[in-house]
Structure formats: C-alpha cells, structure tokens
Design a protein around this ligand. Structure first.
Ligand SMILES: Nc1ncnc2c1ncn2[C@@H]1O[C@H](COP(=O)(O)OP(=O)(O)O)[C@@H](O)[C@H]1O
Ligand SMILES: [Mg+2]
Length: 275
C-alpha cells in the first residue's frame, strides 16, 4: 500500500499547522506507523521544531523541487540524502528559505506552460506529487506542513494529497481562512487531483469549556454545510505545546500527560480510520 498523503493547510498564519503536522506525525508514529514529515514552508518552522537548524541544510525540499524540474536524472542521488531521521523515529524532508527560490522556479515553469501550445508532461502543480510518489512505498503516512506565502507550493501539496486537514483557531472560526482553503481544494480536485478529500477542520488553541465545541461544530455546519467534518476533539490551548519547538520535541516526548497529547492521539485515531 502506498502511503496516505495528508496536507495540513490554511493560508492563515499561526493557526497551528506546524504544531499539528508534528504532533499528528508523532502520534501516528507512536501507533507503529512509518511516518515522513515534509516541511513545505520556507520559514522552516517544522524543521526547527524537530531540533534541526534550517539554514545549515543544503539538501532540502527546495533542492528536490529544483532537481525534479531541471535535472530529474539526479533525483536518485538527492532523494536519499534529503530525508533526515529524527530522534523520535519519524523521517523529515527539511526546508529553509531557499524554498522560496524553488517556488519562484515553479512560477517560471507555470508561465512557460501558459505559453506552450502543448500541455507540459508534468505541470508545475504536480512536481511535488512526482517526488513523493518515489517515497510513498517506504511509509504509511506522509504529512506535509504547508506555508502561507507561495500558493503554488500549497497547490503542489494538495495535488499530491489524499487528504487535507484544516486547523483553525476555535474562537476565530468564521474568519479563519476556511473558505480560501476550500476554494483552493476544489480547484485542485477539478484540475489536478480527483482523489483529494477534505478530512476535516481541526479546532486548535481551544480555551472554552468542552460543551462549547458542540456549538462551534454547529456553526461550521451552518456556514459550510453538513459534509464538512469537524474532528471530534479540539486541541487545548496549553503553554506546553508552545514550549515544544524550543525543546525540539513533540508533545508526546515533552509532556506526555498533557491533555493536548491525548487530543493529538485522538486526531491520529480519526486519521487512521479515514477510508
Ligand atoms: N494548542 C496550542 N496551545 C498553545 N500554543 C499553541 C498551540 N498550538 C500552537 N501553538 C503555538 O502557536 C504558534 C503558532 O502555531 P504554529 O503551529 O506554528 O502555526 P502555523 O504553522 O499555522 O503558523 C506557535 O508558537 C505554537 O507553538
Ligand atoms: Mg507553520
């Protein structure tokens, strides 16, 4: 079975995408799954949160994208070099600000595609898909942490994915970028990837009483329709989660008894049940 591909996406910043990518990955890994995390944000926050120094790495997602576009025959050399083993047992394809250059390269590719008479063999939106296909036999789950800035990177992530998880800060529900993600996902479904499904909305940094979750869920239904799932358990707001990146650890290694650890474990259970 090839790996299930999951993008963690929201064009808003600071909603918990990186935290969710890391801790969902860690929970899946703790459940015995083989997990690869892909940092698809030039800020390199996921890379840093796993204890690496983004700027020190030459072999990153940027290198893979540039290689796939300009010298695919070298892919065999770079692919194994780029995958890092983390202490927690998950693998990581790191990122740093060079990913912005790779995004610019994709943008150039997009322009020449528009000018070309024939469809390109692998369009600029499917470059990441081509890369992860070469890795998908080695993992059960591949989780992509998306950034904000470069739309083409997010489109690439969605084009490569089976599922998309949308973290939103519970108290800002209506204004948290959900319509933008849904629109982008719909466009990707139509043009590049019919398999993409919205796995659901994950409420993060939840500070209210649990009962209020029901009303949040109801308002999602009201605004976006009943077919949009909201994951069962919100992720609590807790200072321990905010401390994790500096320690280079997941919540399971840093504070395993924290309620947020249980919540991420719950998310992993729901994810493992996805068809
Ligand atoms: N459940 C939480 N409780 C407290 N702080 C959190 C929680 N989730 C994320 N944070 C903190 O909020 C900030 C933004 O989270 P992050 O995952 O980096 O968001 P994004 O990747 O969407 O920009 C980070 O400093 C992170 O440590
Ligand atoms: Mg992030």
């Amino acid at each position: 079975m090839p790996a299930k591909m999951i993008s963690v996406t929201n064009q808003k910043g600071g909603v918990g995408k990186t935290t969710t990518s890391l801790n969902l990955g860690a929970a899946l890994s703790a459940a015995g799954k083989r997990v690869l995390l892909i940092d698809a944000d030039p800020q390199g926050n996921l890379t840093a949160a796993l204890g690496f120094t983004p700027a020190e790495h030459q072999d990153t997602l940027a290198k893979l994208i540039l290689t796939a576009v300009d010298s695919p025959e070298d892919m065999e050399i770079y692919l194994p070099r780029t995958v890092l083993r983390t202490e927690s047992g998950m693998d990581l394809i790191p990122a740093n600000k060079r990913l912005s250059d790779a995004a610019a390269r994709l943008q150039v590719m997009r322009m020449s595609q528009y000018n070309a008479v024939k469809e390109a063999e692998r369009p600029c939106e499917k470059v990441l898909d081509g890369i992860v296909r070469q890795l998908s036999k080695s993992y059960d789950y591949i989780v992509i942490d998306c950034g904000l800035k470069h739309e083409l990177l997010t489109v690439n992530a969605l084009s490569a994915s089976d599922y998309c998880i949308i973290p939103v800060q519970a108290h800002f529900l209506a204004s948290e970028g959900i319509p933008e993600v849904l629109e982008m996902a719909r466009a990707v479904q139509e043009r590049f990837n019919r398999n993409l499904k919205i796995a659901g909305i994950l409420l993060t940094m939840y500070q209210s009483r649990p009962q209020l979750c029901q009303s949040v869920r109801a308002s999602v239904r009201e605004i976006y329709g009943t077919d949009l799932h909201v994951f069962e358990r919100p992720i609590e707001y807790t200072i321990k989660i905010a401390e994790c990146p500096a320690a280079g650890k997941s919540i399971f290694d840093y504070a395993p008894k924290n309620p947020a650890a249980e919540s991420y474990r719950n998310l992993a259970l729901e994810v493992m049940q996805l068809a």
